[in-house]
Design a binder for this molecule. Structure first.
Ligand code: HEC
Length: 118
C-alpha cells in the first residue's frame, strides 16, 4: 500500500513535470507573434504592415503606453513622415491612426476588436 502510494505520487510528479514543457512551448511562440502587427479587419492594418516596418520593428509600436489616445498616435504617425521621412501618403494617415489606437492604444477593447465583427 505504501509502495503503491509513493509510486502513484511519483507518477503524479512525473506527469506534472511533463506538463511544464507545454507551458514553455507557449512562451516560445510569443516572441514570434510580437514581430508582427496584430491582425485586424481595419483598413489601416494592411497599411501599417507596408509603411511602418521600413525603419524599425513593430516593437516600437507595441511598447507605447496602452492608454495612448488617438491624438498621440496621430502625432506619432505624422512625426514618422516629417521629420523622419517615412514615404507613406497623407491619405493613409487616418486609417493607420485608427488601426493603431484601436489595436495598441486607448480605444482598444479587451475582447476582440469591434472591427472584427464588421
Ligand atoms: C523613415 C523611417 C520610419 C518609418 C517609415 C516609420 N518610423 Fe517610426 N520611428 C522612426 C525613427 C527614426 C524613430 C525614433 C527612433 C529612436 O528614437 O530611437 C521612430 C520611432 C517610433 C515610435 C517610438 C515612439 C517615438 O515617438 O519615438 C513609434 C511608436 C513609431 N516609430 C511608430 C511608427 C509607425 C506607426 C509607423 C508607420 C506609420 C512608423 N513608425 C514608420 C522612423 C520611422
Amino acid at each position: 500500500m505504501t509502495t503503491y502510494t509513493s509510486l502513484r505520487n511519483a507518477a503524479i510528479a512525473v506527469f506534472a513535470l511533463q506538463a511544464m514543457p507545454a507551458a514553455h512551448a507557449l512562451d516560445i511562440d510569443l516572441p514570434q507573434e510580437t514581430l508582427l502587427f496584430k491582425p485586424s479587419t481595419l483598413p489601416g492594418y494592411e497599411m501599417v504592415q507596408r509603411n511602418c516596418m521600413l525603419c524599425h520593428s513593430v516593437h516600437y509600436i507595441q511598447s507605447q503606453p496602452p492608454q495612448s489616445p488617438r491624438g498621440y498616435w496621430e502625432a506619432t504617425v505624422k512625426k514618422m513622415k516629417k521629420p523622419f521621412g517615412a514615404p507613406f501618403p497623407d491619405a493613409e494617415i487616418p486609417a493607420m491612426v485608427d488601426y493603431l489606437v484601436k489595436t495598441y492604444g486607448a480605444e482598444r477593447s479587451i475582447a476582440p476588436p469591434p472591427a472584427a465583427a464588421k
